[in-house]
Design a protein around this ligand. Sequence first.
Ligand code: SF4
Ligand code: MG
Length: 347
Amino acid sequence: HDTLLEINDLRVYFYLDEGTVKAVDGVSFTVKRGQTLCVVGESGCGKSVTARAILNIVPRPGKIVDGEILLHRQKPDGQVEVIDLAALSPTGREIRAIRGAEISMVFQEPMTSFSPVHTIGSQIMEAILLHQDVTKEQARESAVDMLRRCGLPRPEHVVDQYPWELSGGMRQRAMIARALVCRPSLLIADEPTTALDVTTETQILALMRELQQELGMAILFITHDLGVVAEMADEVIVMYLGQVVERADVVSIFREPKHPYTQALLRSIPKIDRQRRKRLDTIEGMVPDPYNIPPGCPFHPRCTAFMPGLCDRLEPPVYDTGDGHLARCLLYAPELPAASDAVSTAL
Ligand code: SF4
Ligand code: MG
């Protein structure tokens, strides 16, 4: 019963005049109840699109073209009901009942700042009144209570304030309050602290862990920052060009990363914590053009372990390197074909 969300072979493509971008190309993973799964990778790897696909809010001209997003919903009688979110209409009643209630999302500011023309309180109450059968007074009480739990001083005052009256850090706390007020079983957090200073970031991450304990929710945490991964994750998946290239528990990712891309990311972590803001885009080579994904292993032009004749010709499948530690890399093939065989199979 510990599976909450199960994604199978998800594909999200963007159909543009310039060509098709396979932003998410065959992604599979599982989020366990009450746990934190971090999705890490450089910008453009498909991590945010994956997150949006779960709530069926992929921006146009993107489209979920294949795959399943299975929500394992625990019913009060203990039975588990499985719903495929990818199969629901993006504007239908079913998905709207799930968004903001069972699954909610916080973004990096200013991506989804609150509406500037309504008070913080009315925007939190809106979420409550949409999903719960309570009076306005009860909704207001819940809003104040959640603002307090999220560490906002004088919540009964904040509830009547406008978003622009709060600092960036307080506004992010209020957004977390809005996301959690209906007690979701899954919180999707897409770079929620990237715009904040390091001190505020540390506080927000601690708050999220605290509320996770209290509410028992799972978190899908999207980040490019391995420092954040170390603080938050139970399990980690690493994405590159729309695919999952590695998956393991957090200790294994840091102690024995298997995929050359993960190894490069870890080498690129600046040693001094204060420099953590530096983007992780500093690994060798350019992120390839998403319209022209390299043949064979998409990472091969940047890979220090590149095997000519193999890596540029064979698309690596996912290998279990032991104990469920997965890596999409030919180095872990139990038997490697000779380079000359690879040429003939590819042709
Ligand atoms: Fe590097 Fe080859 Fe592994 Fe790709 S398959 S990551 S190019 S060693
Ligand atoms: Mg993003």
